[in-house]
Design a binder for this molecule. Structure first.
Ligand code: PLP
Length: 336
């Protein structure tokens, strides 16, 4: 079975398992786990922020960020198909009493200064006020779209002009960085916080990082505790995360494999796939997505239904060029 449902399906490397086995640990709720402390320091450096916080999942990182940046009842400006809005169980409302105001970022999921000016709500006797702008890079639902630094800067400047802080859901921000050939710190230079996943293309078994200013991270640490994310000898899982930080360059391989996959799929009658920016290929199908996914599974290929006639394929380090060729052949058999 070639599993292209997500880049989260990878198994940890031997180096990661060994790192976990030998990790020095302590109680991280007391700030005494040296491995977690090292991971947080290295993660902050990797994204050019002052400090970082280890969180169990990307979802928790985004939710803690939203809670930390805002007051109850404020609005969050976010893209209509963004993860923080669409895939986190309405957590903005459930955890932080926030109201989302969504923006259609078009086929590339990009929020412009004009969108922000139009969507911004001032605080007055009737209106809650905008408390946060949440961006996403790469944009998952739009097909792993890498949003360039200039677009992020422009959006951040527009938000900051309105005194609105900016969070980036950068679950795959290193994919964006590699695809755009822009260092992650440059990509994030103008924003206030970023969430990134260790558990996706970087290959760690678990964990994400939320980074920002030291003051932001100090407050975020309390909100992580509130959501039940204060972990004890977490060095055991943080150690593979440190290993994962050295896997940034290999994302290039996933991107090349995704391009090969898209070209192969697009060559099959009844399937369309545009060249992807990064490691996510969203294919259009003639048959309903659920039926398509079931049919290709019969041929040894797993993908995710991603809309009525859209199917998502993700490349990752557990699949190589040969697997991609085999996957295309499997899809061709299923469609025929
Ligand atoms: C996967 C993902 C998340 C959440 O990560 P989990 O660790 O699965 O909770 C957040 N944002 C985006 C864009 C993602 O793709």
């Amino acid at each position: 079975m070639i599993d292209l449902r997500s880049d989260t399906v990878t198994r940890p490397s031997d180096a990661m398992r060994e790192a976990a086995r030998t990790a020095e640990v302590g109680d991280d709720v007391y700030g005494e786990d040296p491995t977690v402390n090292e991971l947080e320091a290295r993660a902050a450096e990797a994204v050019g922020m002052e400090a970082a916080l280890y969180v169990p999942t990307g979802t928790m990182g985004n939710q803690v960020a939203a809670r930390t940046h805002t007051d109850r009842g404020q609005e969050v400006l976010c893209e209509r198909e963004s993860h923080i809005y669409k895939w986190e169980l309405a957590g903005l409302a459930q955890h932080s009493a926030l109201q989302a105001r969504t923006i259609d970022g078009g086929p590339r999921g990009t929020i412009t200064p004009e969108d922000i000016d139009a969507g911004h709500v001032a605080t007055d006797g009737h209106r809650a006020g905008t408390g946060l702008l949440a961006l996403e890079n790469t944009h998952n639902s739009k097909g792993g779209v890498a949003i360039p630094a200039e677009a992020i800067d422009a959006a951040a400047e527009a938000a900051h002009d309105l005194d609105v802080p900016v969070h980036v859901d950068g679950a795959r921000v290193f994919n964006a960085s590699v695809a755009l050939d822009t260092p992650a710190p440059r990509l994030l230079e103008s924003v206030d916080s970023v969430l990134f996943c260790l558990s996706k293309g970087l290959g760690a078994p678990v964990g994400s990082m939320l980074a920002g200013s030291a003051a932001f991270v100090e407050r975020a640490r309390r909100h992580r505790k509130l959501l039940g994310g204060g972990m004890r000898q977490a060095g055991i899982i943080a150690a593979p995360g440190i290993e994962a930080l050295s896997n940034v360059d290999r994302l290039e391989t996933d991107h090349a494999n995704a391009k090969t996959l898209a070209a192969g799929l697009d060559g099959i009658g009844g399937v369309t796939a545009a060249e992807p920016d990064t490691n996510i290929v969203v294919a259009g199908t003639e048959s309903p997505a659920e039926a398509f996914v079931d049919a290709i599974a019969e041929e040894g290929v797993r993908a995710s239904a991603f809309g009525d006639y859209r199917v998502r394929f993700c490349t990752h380090w557990d699949v190589d060029e040969d697997d991609i060729e085999e996957a295309v052949a499997g899809v061709r058999r299923a469609v025929a």
